[in-house]
Design a protein around this ligand. Structure first.
Ligand code: ISE
Length: 337
């Protein structure tokens, strides 16, 4: 009998397929045992070439199978809640793609269910924490080498958005990463969110205002701003500049070879998040598997999922009202301290 994690991947869409291939080809100590998708042909296509993996159309069927002892949830966010509760009831390690759930109330119920279980089982897929430069900036901040961190400037640009990407999704699906990054860098909770809408690109689909400018404050007074621009056309770019008392640090800018040819010079920009964060996803999933084999969680927790869900709710209200909206969190359970 294999000592590996026998993982059921729920959702064989863009992120699910990326994780299935990752686990199959690069992750040690874990194997894909089942792929679940309501479109069974998609699940079947996803297990091609993976010996022993089964394709299913129902997540419950996978979770009732005693051969499965871990779950990776990669469905759209609105489907997470039910699967999370079923997986917690089975007491198996869970890696849940962000967002934990689409609203703060349901995210809090998940936190409460885990608290009742009495141990952390859920890791949330905020992969940026596992990006080498993000991790280095985090260490630099904590070392105090450049003095206090004062201000963070984030740029988050996608080439374009999939059909149906609403105004709220700019906050709930995209800026949610910055909510987590700011909390990760500062070690603080975010206390308020404000959203400003300026000139709109003609490349934004009807009903979506793009770009937007999101302003955040944290408990200790760090200010952060985010340019979220999801129809930027030119590629996928995520970068941060951090201002300290004695220096400025930039991450996520140009990397890779700079080529001079035919009267110009330059490098390449990743087309999407799978390429930009490929290494970070590998480190993230390996950290999850390593920790899960020891009954631990190896990254952001359900509390981080809940706290960012509260920030998202404040962000959507701020989009609607133009006001500076306070973020109020429930008391953090001892399980997460
Ligand atoms: C997507 O869901 C992600 O998680 C990406 O990291 C983000 O850049 C994109 O805007 C989201 O739609």
């Amino acid at each position: 009998m294999s000592q590996n994690l026998r993982v059921a991947v729920i959702g064989a869409g863009r992120m699910g397929i990326d994780h299935i291939q990752r686990i199959h080809r690069r992750i040690h100590g874990a194997e894909v045992a089942a792929v679940v998708d309501i479109a069974l042909d998609r699940a079947n296509a996803a297990i091609a070439g993976i010996p022993g993996a089964v394709a299913l159309a129902d997540a419950r069927e996978a979770l009732e199978n005693p051969d499965i002892n871990a779950v990776l949830i990669a469905t759209p966010g609105f489907l997470h809640e039910d699967i999370l509760h079923t997986a917690l009831a089975r007491d198996v390690p869970i890696l849940c793609e962000k967002p934990l759930t689409p609203d703060a109330e349901s995210a809090w119920k998940v936190v409460q269910a885990e608290e009742k279980l009495g141990r952390q089982r859920i890791q949330v897929g905020f992969m940026r924490r596992f990006d080498a430069e993000y991790a280095q900036l985090g260490e630099l901040i904590r070392s105090g080498e450049l003095g206090e961190l004062l201000v963070l400037h984030h740029q988050h640009r996608n080439a374009s958005t999939p059909a149906g990407f609403t105004n709220e999704m700019l906050i709930n699906d995209s800026v949610v990463h910055e909510f987590d990054a700011v909390r990760f860098f500062t070690g603080d909770e975010i206390t308020s969110v404000q959203v400003r809408m300026g000139k709109r690109t003609r490349n934004a689909p009807a009903g979506q205002h793009d770009p937007q400018h999101v302003l955040l404050e944290t408990e200790s007074g760090v200010l952060a701003d985010v340019e979220i621009y999801v129809n930027a056309q030119y590629g996928y770019e995520v970068a941060t500049q951090a201002s300290f008392e004695s220096g400025v640090v930039s991450i996520g800018g140009d990397s890779g070879p700079s080529v001079r040819t035919q009267g110009r010079w330059g490098g390449k920009i990743a087309p999407g998040f799978e390429e930009r964060f490929a290494a970070a996803y590998d480190v993230e999933v390996q950290a999850w598997a390593d920790a899960a084999l020891q009954d631990r969680v190896g990254g952001p927790t359900a509390w981080d999922g809940y706290a960012t869900a509260e920030c998202c709710e404040a962000g959507v209200e701020a989009q609607r009202t133009g006001a500076k909206v306070p973020v109020q969190l429930n008391t953090k359970p001892a399980l997460y301290s």
